[in-house]
Design a protein around this ligand. Structure first.
Ligand code: HEC
Ligand SMILES: [Cu+2]
Length: 315
């Protein structure tokens, strides 16, 4: 039989356990519930989250209508799928303060790309990321909304044919590739005595080759992957501006293979348009989603549309 003393001691211990449980309940970091639904019916709820550097941010995602995906821009964390009706727990630890953008990675509606939110990360640690320098188009004073139509080459330039042309001093280096349009370089070189022996078409071929020559195969591969999951819905599989939701945009989606347009643009212009987006045109902004390297990978890939080595109409 239990003595009264032992009963008292057990009760005391139980009470202590209870109190500890209550205390833990209050201090233990719990998951924040985040609901995912098509942007038309709310997108992420909540869409602003807070976190501390070095402390786990625990999130529990639920999808109410269909499959969505969760990813944090400018990090290399793999995207996480959120199937409908099946909660997904995610734990994130940030090691740098800053405002991060999270976004949906599953094409869920015409407004899919609008499905974004922010995570505000605070902490006493200094940010290791480079302080944001002004984007190239700002440094160059480019008006990225101005038309850039040119007198087009008569035939589609071929990088493959261009590869066989030898020039002594003319080069397209990284700086030229980034800051000048192919048409500008063509004009410049046309005045050059070294290119006198070349036909207009040959000079274009050489430019196409020089442009393609600036992108590493790995970058092209990455650019293609990013393009297919983020850009194809509007810009189309071949960059022709005929993706499934192109018709829903307020402005026509450009044809990247259009020789009267694309070679009139510099990579700096494309870069600016990608990071800033259009002004009410339907072109989203991607500056908080992609790293610099990813944006350049996309640009490298875009240049394959006007200058692809294997295009049919090369004869
Ligand atoms: C929701 C539709 C949509 C999506 C998604 C989209 N774009 Fe666009 N994009 C447009 C429209 C519309 C335009 C034309 C209006 C403008 O330039 O602002 C455009 C214009 C552009 C231009 C400017 C071309 C020029 O000649 O001036 C670039 C570069 C571009 N998009 C790249 C991309 C990339 C890269 C992606 C994916 C990361 C992407 N776009 C995703 C709709 C879209
Ligand atoms: Cu979604």
């Amino acid at each position: 039989m239990m003595t009264n003393k032992r009963i008292a001691a057990s009760l005391f211990l139980l009470g202590l356990l209870g109190l500890t449980a209550v205390a833990l309940w209050f201090v233990w970091p719990r998951s924040t519930l985040v609901e995912a639904s098509r942007p038309e019916v709310g997108g992420w709820t909540p869409d602003v989250l807070q976190a501390q550097v070095g402390e786990p941010l625990k999130l529990r995602f639920t999808a109410s209508d269909m499959m969505h995906g969760f990813a944090v821009g400018q990090t290399d964390w793999a995207p996480i799928d959120i199937p409908p009706g099946k909660p997904v727990d995610v734990e994130l630890v940030f090691d740098e303060p800053g405002v991060y953008t999270f976004y949906c990675t599953r094409f869920c509606s015409r407004d899919h790309w609008r499905m974004r939110g922010t995570i505000e990360v605070t902490g006493d640690v200094p940010a290791k990321r480079e302080p944001a320098s002004p984007p190239l188009y700002v440094t160059l004073g480019l008006d990225i909304d101005a038309p850039h139509e040119i007198d087009p080459p008569a035939k589609r330039p071929s990088a493959a044919r261009g590869a066989t042309i030898e020039l002594q001093t003319a080069v397209v280096d990284e700086e030229t590739y980034k800051t000048q349009s192919p048409a500008q370089v063509w004009q410049e070189l046309r005045k050059n005595s070294e290119t006198e022996a070349l036909t207009d078409r040959e000079l274009w071929d050489w430019i196409a080759w020089s442009w393609q020559n600036q992108s590493e195969p790995a970058s092209l591969e990455l650019g293609k992957t990013l393009y297919q999951s983020n850009c194809l819905s509007c810009h189309g599989p071949k960059g022709a501006g005929d993706g499934p939701i192109a018709v829903d945009q307020p402005t026509a989606v450009p044809d990247f293979a259009d020789l009267s347009q694309m070679p009139g643009a510099s990579s700096a212009l494309l870069h600016g348009k990608i990071i800033r987006g259009g002004m009410g045109t339907g072109m989203p902004n991607w500056g908080n989603i992609f790293t610099e390297d990813e944006v350049w990978a996309l640009i490298d890939y875009l240049w394959t549309f006007p200058f692809a080595a294997e295009v049919e109409e090369t004869q």
